[in-house]
Design a protein around this ligand. Structure first.
Ligand code: 13P
Length: 254
């Protein structure tokens, strides 16, 4: 059985002071949620403060991006070697990175390999744009992102990845995918791609999340779907009550 995972992507929100406040509010609420892996992904500048507050809890910590080199003359970048001291997870290939910062399947692929090499668990984001969706290219686009983004990735030795299916048109729009529609992409495109890359058995082991306008009041319906193993949450992860409700919904389906 795949353990549900609920990750909060804080995006470019929260100063250190705000982050401390939110995490202090979240920890006691989330402490009683069992059977779910909860992960917070704040901006880099919050990682140290949040790591200190999460010590001794069962809440994991992740970053939102990284470079693929361990170090070097790359002004403004953060490396997997640096992250590995602070975090266990890293979101890679988010559509905002692909759209605004020109990330490609090739750079995502380098990052995934580097993250695994440094013991991080990548949360790899895939998903089609509105235009691609409306022209019936979802399967083609998501399949390409999976096969190219994960080409040559080696999951032997207990290495782990997580996939997040985030249709771009559902992100921050309040217009979530239907649970059935999202599940269909997971079942028909993402798990078959995982089978092609890593074998049939692994395709049933890797956790696949849904992301895009997941809130406290719509989360439960996603978790009843057989292929959806959790959620990658943006806006609602900045609100302690909403994020807790999402984690609780995942717990009741674990
Ligand atoms: P929203 O939950 O705000 O739609 O964002 C989803 C997302 O991009 C998570 O990575």
């Amino acid at each position: 059985m795949r353990k549900p995972l609920v990750a909060g992507n804080w995006k470019m929100f929260m100063t250190v002071a705000e982050a401390r406040h939110l995490v202090a509010d979240l920890v006691p609420r989330l402490q009683t949620v069992e059977g779910v892996q909860i992960v917070l992904c704040p901006p880099f500048t919050d990682l140290l403060a949040v790591a200190a507050l999460l010590e001794g809890t069962n809440i994991g910590l992740g970053a939102q991006n990284m470079h693929w080199e361990p170090n070097g003359a790359y002004t403004g970048e953060i490396s997997p070697l640096m992250l590995a001291e602070l975090a266990k997870y890293v979101i890679l290939g988010h559509s905002e990175r692909r759209t605004y910062f020109h990330e490609t399947d090739e750079t995502v692929n380098r990052k995934v390999k580097a993250a695994l090499e440094y013991g991080l668990i990548p949360i790899v984001c895939v998903g089609e744009s509105l235009d691609e969706n409306e022209s019936n290219r979802t399967a083609e686009v998501v399949s390409r992102q999976m096969l190219k983004g994960l080409e040559g990735v080696d999951l032997s030795g207990g290495k782990e990845i997580v996939i997040a299916y985030e249709p771009v048109w559902a992100i921050g729009t309040g217009r979530a995918a239907t649970p059935e529609g999202a599940n269909q992409v997971l079942a028909d495109v993402i798990r078959p791609a995982l089978a092609e890359l890593f074998g049939q058995e692994m395709s049933q082991v890797v956790r696949v999340l849904y992301g895009g306008s997941v809130k406290g009041d719509n989360a439960a319906q996603f978790f009843t779907m057989p292929d959806i193993d959790g959620a990658l949450v943006g806006g609602a992860s900045l609100k302690a009550e909403d994020f807790t409700r999402i984690a609780q919904a995942a717990a009741s389906h674990s």
